[in-house]
Design a protein around this ligand. Structure first.
Ligand SMILES: Nc1c(/N=C/[C@H](O)[C@H](O)[C@H](O)COP(=O)(O)O)[nH]c(=O)[nH]c1=O
Ligand SMILES: Nc1c(N[C@@H]2O[C@H](COP(=O)(O)O)[C@@H](O)[C@H]2O)[nH]c(=O)[nH]c1=O
Ligand SMILES: [Zn+2]
Length: 363
C-alpha cells in the first residue's frame, strides 16, 4: 500500500469528527509498521488527547518503535492544553512521519517538522495536502484572521424566491433538504439570523438530527433590540442566545432580556450593526465558525462586507413568482456587474427532490 492509502484513512478519521474539536483543528493519525496498520486515532475534543496520542496509545510502544506515522496535520511542538506530539513521536522512536498539512498556527508552523527531523526522524510533507487543508478551512481561516469562517445557507424556489409575496414559506425545500441543514448546525460554533427572520419564523435554530447533535450558539442581529420577549430563542432554553445590537438599546428592555437564562445582549459601540465589527466581536468570543441563515437583509450585509467564505444553496423545483416575493439577497445589492461576488461550484448534488450547491469565492 502506498502513502496515499494510509493518509486517506487518517483524513477519513479527521473528517468524521468535524464540529467536535472547535476551536482546535480536526486531525487524524495512523500508525503503520511493516505495511500493517497497528494503531489509529483522531483528536476528539479540544483539551483532550491529540490524534497522534490516541493512535500511538492503540499501537503500543513496541509496535510504534520503527513505525511510520501518517498524520493529517503537522504534529504540534508546543504545550497548549496538551503536551507536544512531536516529543511523543521522538520518545516513541518513530522511524518516519508522513504529514499532509503544515500547521499555520504561529506557535507550531514548521517547528514540529523541524524537531522531528533534528531527532533523526524521516519527515515527508504534502501527501494529500489539498484534501487535508479543506478539512481545516475553518481552523486555518480563524488562526489567520481571528474572525469566524462564515458559511451562508440559503433556500429558494427555482425562480429564486424565499417566500411568497404574502410571506408564506412553509415549505419551499423538502424534508430531506431541511434535515441536511441540521448537520451544518451541528458542525458550527454559532448560527446567525436577523431580527426579520425572528419576526417571520419564530425559529428555534437548534440542531434536530435523528442521532442528536450539538446546538450552535444562536445569534440575532437586532439593532434596536426589538426581539419579542416570548419568542423561542429567548424562552426555549435549548441553547445560548446572544443578541447583537447598536450602541444604545432601550435600557429597560435590555435589563429584561439580559435577565433571561442563557441570554446575552451584546451592544456594539456604533449605532448601526456593522458586520466587520460583529465578526471581530464573535472572534474575540471564540466563535470560529458562523452559519448565517438569513434573511435577505442580513445576507446582503454579509455580501457587502465581503464576509462570505462559503455558500450552501438549496433549490426547490418550484415556481413562486411575484415581483414582491422576497429573494435570497435583499438590500440594494450591487449596481455594477464589475462589483458582484463571483464564486466557483465545489459540490453539486440532489437532496430529496431538491438541488444542493456548495460554492466558494473565486480565488
Ligand atoms: N422556509 C424554508 C427555510 N426557512 C428558513 C428560515 O429562514 C429559518 O432558518 C427557519 O425558520 C429556522 O427555523 P427552525 O430553526 O428550524 O425552527 N429553510 C429551508 O431550508 N427551506 C425552507 O423551505
Ligand atoms: N488537534 C491537534 C493539534 N492541534 C494544534 O495544537 C493546538 C491545540 O493544542 P492544545 O491546546 O494542546 O490541544 C491547535 O491550535 C493546533 O495548532 N496538533 C496535533 O499535533 N494533533 C492534534 O490532534
Ligand atoms: Zn499535538
Amino acid at each position: 500500500m502506498n502513502d496515499k492509502y494510509f493518509m486517506d484513512f487518517a483524513i477519513d478519521l479527521a473528517s468524521k469528527v468535524a464540529g467536535q474539536t472547535s476551536p482546535n483543528p480536526v486531525v487524524g493519525a495512523v500508525v503503520v509498521k511493516n505495511g500493517e496498520i497497528v494503531g489509529f486515532g483522531a483528536h476528539l475534543r479540544a483539551g483532550e488527547h491529540h490524534a497522534e496520542v490516541n493512535a500511538i496509545q492503540m499501537a503500543g510502544l513496541e509496535k510504534t518503535e520503527g513505525s511510520t506515522v501518517y498524520v493529517t496535520l503537522e504534529p504540534c511542538s508546543h504545550y497548549g492544553k496538551t503536551p507536544p506530539c512531536s516529543d511523543l513521536l521522538i520518545r516513541s522512536k518513530v522511524k518516519k512521519a508522513v504529514i499532509a498539512s503544515v500547521d499555520p498556527n504561529p506557535l507550531v508552523a514548521g517547528k514540529g517538522i523541524e524537531k522531528l527531523r533534528s531527532a533523526g526522524i524521516d519527515v515527508e510533507t504534502g501527501i494529500c495536502q489539498e484534501e487535508a487543508n479543506l478539512l481545516n478551512e475553518v481552523f486555518f481561516h480563524f488562526i489567520k484572521t481571528k474572525t469566524p469562517f462564515v458559511t451562508l445557507k440559503t433556500a429558494a424556489s427555482l425562480d429564486g424566491k424565499t417566500a411568497t409575496s404574502s410571506g408564506e414559506s412553509k415549505w419551499i425545500t423538502g424534508k430531506d433538504a431541511r434535515l441536511d441543514v441540521h448537520q451544518y448546525r451541528h458542525k458550527h460554533d454559532a448560527i446567525l439570523v436577523g431580527i426579520g427572520t425572528v419576526f417571520a419564523d419564530n425559529p428555534s435554530l437548534t440542531t434536530r438530527l435523528p442521532n442528536g447533535g450539538k446546538n450552535p450558539i444562536r445569534i440575532v442581529l437586532d439593532t434596536q433590540l426589538q426581539i419579542p420577549i416570548d419568542c423561542k430563542l429567548l424562552t426555549d432554553q435549548q441553547a445560548l442566545t446572544w443578541i447583537i445590537t447598536g450602541c444604545n438599546p432601550p435600557a429597560n428592555k435590555t435589563k429584561m432580556v439580559q435577565g433571561l437564562k442563557g441570554v446575552k445582549v451584546l451592544p456594539l459601540a456604533t449605532e448601526k450593526v456593522d458586520i466587520e465589527k460583529v465578526l471581530h466581536l464573535l472572534g474575540e468570543l471564540g466563535i470560529t465558525s458562523l452559519f448565517v441563515e438569513g434573511g435577505a437583509t442580513v445576507n446582503e450585509s454579509f455580501l457587502k462586507a465581503h464576509a462570505i467564505n462559503k455558500v450552501i444553496t438549496y433549490i426547490a423545483p418550484k415556481l413562486i413568482g411575484g415581483k414582491n416575493a422576497p429573494t435570497i439577497i435583499g438590500g440594494d445589492g450591487y449596481a455594477a456587474m464589475s462589483e458582484i461576488m463571483e464564486l466557483e461550484v465545489r459540490e453539486f448534488s440532489r437532496v430529496g427532490d431538491d438541488l444542493k450547491i456548495v460554492s466558494v469565492p473565486k480565488k
